[in-house]
Structure formats: structure tokens, C-alpha cells
Design a binder for this molecule. Structure first.
Ligand SMILES: *Cc1c(COP(=O)(O)O)cnc(C)c1O
Length: 369
């Protein structure tokens, strides 16, 4: 008999009775979208929870990326990483800019600051790094380069909800950071996202842009878009915020169990926690060295699939390998050796707050020989 399906992720869901009570309040008020009371409260509570000065809600994690580039009038070339979800590069393209891929650090999976300078040309205007798996980028080094060349830094922090370095939110790095609250992420509002900024003036401008550029009833101050979050998803978000710490702790326990066992498996490596960092355990990537392990990454991936355990090959293929972007000069394999190595060896193991000890055993037994 086939065992039950273990999915790679499972959404954090609010309690239905609590949700119902809040939905009743929305229904009674008849204010269902456009910066309603729960929208305002969620922005307030998220800023407090995350430890950031200003935040604007968005309807997903892609639109704040698009809007950030638009807000800063970014043109020309934007330096980015191929080791991410495809939305990172799409946002650059949708702004009429040219993505320039730079190789990653082989241990963190994040853009290697040491490779950035060589990719800068007179057309470069911004850097878009990603905190992959929620592991912090080398933000100091990136900022130093940005300051020297006068570049904006927009972090795709879709994986980095709640991540802190020495008590400081990683979302405060750079000029702007963006979050995704998609159902597959640590914290979700079904679909949703946000942008984090440093000052009130930027928040004001962003809030205009996410509402078609309207600044008041009769004035449009920019080519805006619609990314307004409704009241239903706002209350869903408020309820999930109350339980996200418990979910992160449950994920941490899963990571501890995985590491305990996988530490002794030759040919399998994983990322350790970094001292001083508050991790969110958004993903648990393992890396297969086929020669030592004796099985290829894809064979293990298939073996898990057949056993009804779903891993994900995040991020394979690299963004630079998709036909849309393969033609870019920076997409060449020789330019991105570390990214290719990681993409070819990675499997993200199931990671969420509801994995049972039995599930974890089943997953580990498939990997341990
Ligand atoms: C999920 C994700 C996005 C896109 O977020 P959506 O909410 O799905 O639009 C962007 N970048 C990265 C790195 C992601 O993982």
C-alpha cells in the first residue's frame, strides 16, 4: 500500500472560528478593500513584528519587486543572481531593464559580492540580490559596492520573513526589501506580499504607485499599478501573525532532526545555522555529491517521489537556463559555475510546521542508506 503523501510545504492556516468573527466585522462595516482598518492594522503589526520602520502590503511578492524598480526609475542594467525564483529576473525585464547575472557564493547560495564589480558597466543602476533560503546576504559588502558606484540595492527578501542578524531585521538592508506572503512561504496571506522601506516619504510614494499612482482624488503622480490588499486577506494575515512564531519553532525542530541524522551520511551536505542570526527555517536544502553518495541527485529525487515524499529542486534550472533568458551574455555557463553546481545538486526536503516524527523518519530513511 502506498503511504500518504508528504508535501514539501503546508500552509499556515488561521483558526476558522476566529476568522469568522473577523469576517463578520468586515461584512458589517461593508469596507472590503482600499486601505481599510484591518489593512492598516496588519501594516502596523507587521512592522512591529518584523522590526522595520515602514511597510506597504502588496497582493503578491512579485509586484513589490516591479514597483520598487519603477519607484526608483531604474534603467539600463540590473545586477542579479540566477539562483532564485524566476520572478526576481522577470521584475527587471518588465521594467525594460537588462538583467546581468553574477555567480553565487558556493556556501551560502547568495550572490557573491566579490563578483559584482566586474559586472558593473556605465549602464548599471541597481543590484537585486536575494536572501536565498532566508540566509542573509553579505549586505555590508554589497552596500559598500553600491555606495561606491551610486547604485540602488533592492533585496528580494521573499524567503527572509522574520530573519534577524544580531537582533536587527535583515529587511532593513539596502534601499528596499520585498517579501512574499504566498501560501508556500513561512508566513502567508494566501497570496500576498510587502515592501519594506526606511522613510515615510518612500512609503507614501509606494502607496501611490500601488494604487494606480493616485495621490488624492484627482491627481496621478506616476504610472502606478493595482496591488491593493483587501480586508479579507488582511484579517487572515493578522491571525497568522499570531501563530507564525510557533510555526517557525516547529520548523526549527524539524531542522534539528534532519541535521542529527544527515550529519552522518557521506555525500550529503546541508547549511548550518549562523551564530547571531535568527533563522526562519523557510527551506531545508540538502546537496548531493553523487560520487561520494553513490546516487545522483535526480535518482534520489525520483526515489522520494515514488515513495510519495515530495522534495523540490529549488533552484533548478537556474533562471539563466530558461529559454527566455538563456540568450543573455551573462547567462553563459562559464560565468556561473557555482550556481550551476548548486542547482545540479540541490533537493529541498519537506519543511513545514506540521511534519510529524513519523514523517521525518520516513523522509530520512529514504536518504540514509
Ligand atoms: C515566492 C518568491 C517570489 C514571488 O512571490 P509571489 O508572492 O509568488 O509573487 C519572488 N522571489 C522569490 C525568491 C520567491 O521565492
Amino acid at each position: 500500500m502506498k503511504k500518504n503523501l508528504i508535501t514539501v510545504t503546508s500552509p499556515l492556516l488561521p483558526n476558522l472560528d476566529e476568522l469568522n468573527l473577523l469576517l463578520k466585522q468586515i461584512w458589517d462595516s461593508k469596507w472590503i478593500t482600499n486601505n481599510g482598518q484591518f489593512h492598516k492594522q496588519l501594516e502596523h503589526d507587521l512592522a512591529e513584528y518584523l522590526g522595520v520602520p515602514y511597510i506597504s502590503l502588496f497582493t503578491n511578492g512579485t509586484l513589490p519587486l516591479l514597483t520598487a524598480l519603477q519607484a526608483f526609475r531604474i534603467t539600463g542594467e540590473v545586477i542579479t543572481t540566477p539562483y532564485s525564483f524566476v520572478a526576481t529576473t522577470h521584475s527587471i525585464w518588465w521594467n525594460g531593464c537588462k538583467p546581468v547575472f553574477v555567480d553565487i557564493d558556493p556556501t551560502t547560495g547568495n550572490i557573491n559580492p566579490g563578483n559584482i564589480e566586474a559586472a558593473i558597466t556605465p549602464k548599471t543602476t541597481a543590484i537585486m540580490p536575494v536572501h536565498v533560503y532566508g540566509k542573509p546576504c553579505d549586505t555590508e559588502h554589497i552596500q559598500e559596492i553600491a555606495d561606491r558606484y551610486g547604485l540602488k540595492v533592492i533585496y528580494d527578501a521573499a524567503h527572509a520573513f522574520g530573519v534577524k542578524v544580531d537582533g536587527e531585521s535583515i529587511l532593513n538592508a539596502g534601499d528596499i526589501s520585498t517579501l512574499s506572503f504566498h501560501a508556500t512561504k513561512v508566513y502567508n496571506t494566501i497570496e500576498g506580499g510587502a515592501m519594506v522601506m526606511h522613510d515615510e516619504a518612500t512609503k507614501k510614494r509606494i502607496d501611490y504607485l500601488k494604487n494606480f499612482g493616485f495621490a488624492g482624488e484627482t491627481e496621478v503622480v506616476g504610472p502606478g499599478i493595482n496591488s491593493k490588499v483587501d480586508e479579507v486577506r488582511s484579517v487572515y494575515g493578522l491571525l497568522n501573525l499570531r501563530q507564525v512564531d510557533a510555526a517557525i519553532e516547529a520548523r526549527r525542530q524539524v531542522a534539528i532532526r534532519y541535521r542529527e541524522v544527515l550529519r552522518n551520511v557521506a555525500g550529503v551536505s546541508f547549511m548550518e545555522d549562523i551564530p547571531g542570526v535568527r533563522h526562519n527555517y523557510s527551506y531545508f536544502p540538502i546537496f548531493i555529491d553523487a560520487e561520494t553518495y553513490g546516487t545522483t541527485r535526480d535518482d534520489l529525487y525520483m526515489k522520494m517521489k515514488v515513495a510519495n515524499v515530495l522534495g523540490r529542486r529549488y533552484f533548478y534550472p537556474l533562471i539563466s537556463e530558461f529559454s527566455t533568458y538563456r540568450g543573455l551574455p551573462s547567462a553563459s555557463r562559464e560565468n556561473l559555475p557555482n550556481a550551476h553546481k548548486m542547482a545540479d545538486s540541490v533537493i529541498c526536503l519537506p519543511m513545514h510546521h506540521e511534519l510529524s516524527e513519523e514523517d521525518i523518519q520516513r523522509i530520512l530513511e529514504l536518504i540514509v542508506k
